[in-house]
Design a binder for this molecule. Sequence first.
Ligand code: TYM
Length: 335
Amino acid sequence: NTRVLTGITTSGTPHLGNYAGAIRPSIRASTQAGVDAFFFLADYHALIKCDDPQRIARSRLEIAATWIAAGLDVERVTFYRQSDLPEIPELCWMLTCVTAKGLMNRAHAYKASVDQNLLKQVDPDDGVTMGLFSYPILMAADILMFNANKVPVGRDQIQHLEMTRDIAQRFNHLYGGEYFVLPEVQIEEDVATLPGLDGRKMSKSYDNTIPLFEGGARALRAAVLRIVTDSRAPGEPKDAEGSHLYTIYRAFASTAESAQFRAQLEQGLGWGDAKQLLCERIEQELAPMRERYAELMAKPERIEDILQAGAAKARKLSGPFMARLREAVGLRAPA
Ligand code: TYM
C-alpha cells in the first residue's frame, strides 16, 4: 500500500489556502484504493511561532473540525495529534544528530528571518530560536516515522521535503540499512500556491487570508469583496490570467466552468459581478461542510476522543519502529 501523510500547524484558523492546497487533496488521496493515510495536527510545530496556549488549543480544535467536516473518514485514516506521540521528538533528536547544520542554514523560513534582520540592520539571529532553525528536522521526523511515500502539501513545503529526503538518505547510509523510505512531494498543480487578498501567497503571516468556515458565509463574502483587482471598469476587457481573483476561482471550479468565467472576464464582466460569481462558486462547495463544522465545534469531547483513538492507532506503528531505530543506533532497545 502507498502511505500518504500530511500535517497542518495548529497556530491559526484554517483558510482557503490550507483547504485547497492540503486538506482537499489529502482527503481525495485518502479515499483511493490501496492508500493508507496519516493526517495530523502539528502542534509541536505551532510552538515555534506561537506562545499563546489558548490560541494553540483553539486552533487545534478548528483544524481537527475542519478536516473532519471536509470529509476525512476517521475510521479509515490514522488521524492524530503530533504531541500525543512521544516517539516524534525522540526520532527528531536522532535525526538532529545526523543533520548537517549547513543544510539547515539554507532553509527558507530561517533565511527569511535572517534577511529581514539584515534589512533592519540588527543582529542576523535576532528573534531566531533553535525551534525555527531546526523546524525542517521535526517535519522530517513526522514524515519518516511512518515511512510516508507521498506527502500532499502546498508549494511552500517543497524544500522541506527535499531536506527530509536528504536526512533520510544520510541516516540510511550511516547506519547501513533501508530504515527510511524517501518520500515524494505531491502538489496539486491547479492550486500549488493559492494567492491571498493582495495577490501574495495566502498566509496568516501576511494577514491576507480568506477564512474557510469561521465567521460563516458573511465573513467569506466580506473577504472576497476585499480581493484586490485592477481599476478596469465594467465593460472593459479584463486580463484573466493576470488576476488572482481568477486564480482563486480556478481552484474551486471545473476546467469548463473556469473557461467560461475567463471568457466572461475577457468580455468585460465587472469586478463586482466577478466577485459575486466567485462567492457563489466557493459557497457551493463549502456550505454543506460549514454545517458539519459548526456541529463538531460544539462537541470538543467528541474530537478529543477521535484524536485519542488516532494516537493509539499511530503508536502501534511508531512504538515498534522507534525500538528498531534505537537498536540501530546503539541505544538500549526498550523491552
Ligand atoms: P502550514 O500549517 O503552514 O500549512 C498547512 C498546509 O497548507 C498549505 N498551504 C497552502 N497551499 C496552497 N496555497 C496557500 N496559500 C497555502 N498556505 C498553506 C501548506 O503548503 C501545507 O501543506 N510545516 C507544515 C506542517 C507540517 C507538515 C509535516 C506537513 C508539519 N509536519 C509533515 C507535511 C508533512 C506547515 O507549517 O504547514
